[in-house]
Design a protein around this ligand. Structure first.
Ligand SMILES: Cc1cc2nc3c(=O)[nH]c(=O)nc-3n(C[C@H](O)[C@H](O)[C@H](O)COP(=O)(O)OP(=O)(O)OC[C@H]3O[C@@H](n4cnc5c(N)ncnc54)[C@H](O)[C@@H]3O)c2cc1C
Length: 392
């Protein structure tokens, strides 16, 4: 374990999927950098173990390059390909189906177990020179001219300094000097698993309603449901019996999907747009969910965070060791992420606003948009590519 007072080149705060990906990408780059990754969890233990992540095809390519994809795909039931996405809106015309065959790929994306991905990243990292400080929480990160200071809590309590601190703790809580903007959507995501009456065949559903979007993601032998509701509705939904809940869902979704055979435990979490106003400050950079936490509507959040890690690794790789964490390197990183990051945030927030509006004209415009997507192959391919690889 890192001795308090030590000075690594790079300290990564949080070895979740984004922080661990960065650590691995840096280790593979072979820049001879002294890297430490710090996380309060135990090795092989994932804090968000019950969660699944929606990965784009571009995310798969990143994991392939890092040699992690085959490890995850080798874990039974860890990866479910999404071969088509059916997009529709309630009480309006217009629907579109995005199909993997149309863009010449085996899948549009993948639903991947957080636990399995985390375990595969941990395994891969254990074979590198990155020093892993598990069981240790970072309580404060503060940048200065020549280094960032990190306060550690837990068994290795004390402080360390690094040329660059990368905050990938999922929330950006410990860092000073990075201001955040938060907008509560006033809604919650109700999540549950749905047992199937008929196989899902890799088809995901996204349905836009005036109350917010509802999504079904194929996962192993069931669907994962993400249903946007008001907090009060979500409480009522959680209290319904199984058959009442399935009836309500069938009414909400309409005839586009078959009925379900059962529903598992129902939970909800609040929905908000929570972004760092700037992703860097002196000797500090925030990435992943710590940089931007988005509405799950378009499945962009994790993919954007992963591209943060990938681009940061590439920027560091191109920077002489003595200049890592300096203003020029941080500016180069910001430039590399500006378009993709802003587009991802605006696209996701725009969808929430466009499809969350009950105004009749907006409904017609959405219907026209969806009908257009369904009719015009180039438009559909463009939209699909943006969902697959990002919007840069
Ligand atoms: C409730 C909820 C449900 C979600 N559901 C989905 C979903 O169904 N599909 C999907 O694609 N995305 C989902 N997301 C988004 C997805 O979880 C994130 O995009 C993804 O986890 C981001 O990865 P990350 O590594 O940036 O952060 P995280 O996964 O949050 O990882 C952060 C890591 O930092 C560590 N850490 C925390 N605090 C500290 C500290 N003080 N010091 C050091 N380390 C620390 C944690 O232990 C953890 O290992 C959901 C998000 C939330 C909040």
């Amino acid at each position: 374990m890192r001795v308090p007072g030590a000075r690594p080149d790079i300290a990564i705060v949080g070895a979740g999927p984004v922080g661990a990906t960065l650590a691995l990408a840096l280790a593979r780059a072979g820049n001879d950098l002294d890297i430490v990754a710090i996380d309060p969890r135990a090795p092989g233990e994932a804090g968000r173990a019950d969660r699944s992540l929606a990965l784009s095809h571009g995310a798969r390519l990143i994991f392939e390059r890092l040699g992690v994809w085959s490890r995850v795909a080798g874990i039974e039931g860890a990866v479910t390909p999404i071969v088509a996405i059916d997009v529709s809106q309630a009480r309006g015309f217009g629907a579109a189906r995005l199909d993997a065959r149309e863009v010449g790929l085996p899948a549009l994306g993948y639903v991947v177990s957080y636990r399995a991905l985390s375990a595969a990243l941990d395994d891969a990292l254990a074979a590198t020179a990155v020093e892993l400080c598990y069981g240790t929480e970072v309580s404060r990160v503060e940048g200065a001219a020549d280094f960032a200071a990190l306060e550690l809590a837990g068994p290795a309590a004390g402080s360390i300094e690094a040329r660059l601190a990368v905050v990938a703790d999922g929330v950006g809580a410990a860092v000073t000097g990075v201001t955040r903007r938060r907008r509560d959507y006033g809604q919650v995501a109700l999540i549950a698993t749905l047992a199937l009456a008929t196989p899902h065949r890799g088809v995901a559903y996204e349905r836009f309603t005036v109350d917010g979007p509802v999504a079904l993601l194929p996962e192993r032998d069931h669907y994962a449901l993400v249903w946007t509701q008001s907090p009060a509705e979500a409480e009522r939904s959680k209290a319904l019996s199984e058959s009442e809940f399935l009836d309500a869902l069938a009414r909400h979704f309409g005839p586009r999907v078959d009925r379900f055979a059962g529903v598992g435990a129902r939970r909800s979490f609040p929905l908000a747009l929570d972004v760092a106003a700037a992703t860097t400050s002196r000797r500090v950079v925030v990435i992943g969910n710590a940089a931007q936490s988005l509405h799950p509507i378009a499945g962009q959040g994790f993919n954007l965070g992963l591209r943060d890690a990938w681009e940061l690794a590439r920027t560091i790789e191109r920077t002489p060791k003595s200049e890592v964490g300096g203003d020029a390197m941080l500016a180069a990183y910001r430039r590399s992420r500006r378009v993709d990051r802003n587009a991802g945030i605006l696209f996701t927030d725009g969808l929430v606003r466009l499809f969350g509006s009950g105004v009749p004209f907006a409904s017609a415009a959405r219907g026209a948009g969806l009908a257009l997507l369904d009719l015009v192959a180039p438009a559909r391919r463009m939209f699909t590519r943006a969902m697959l690889f990002g919007l840069h």
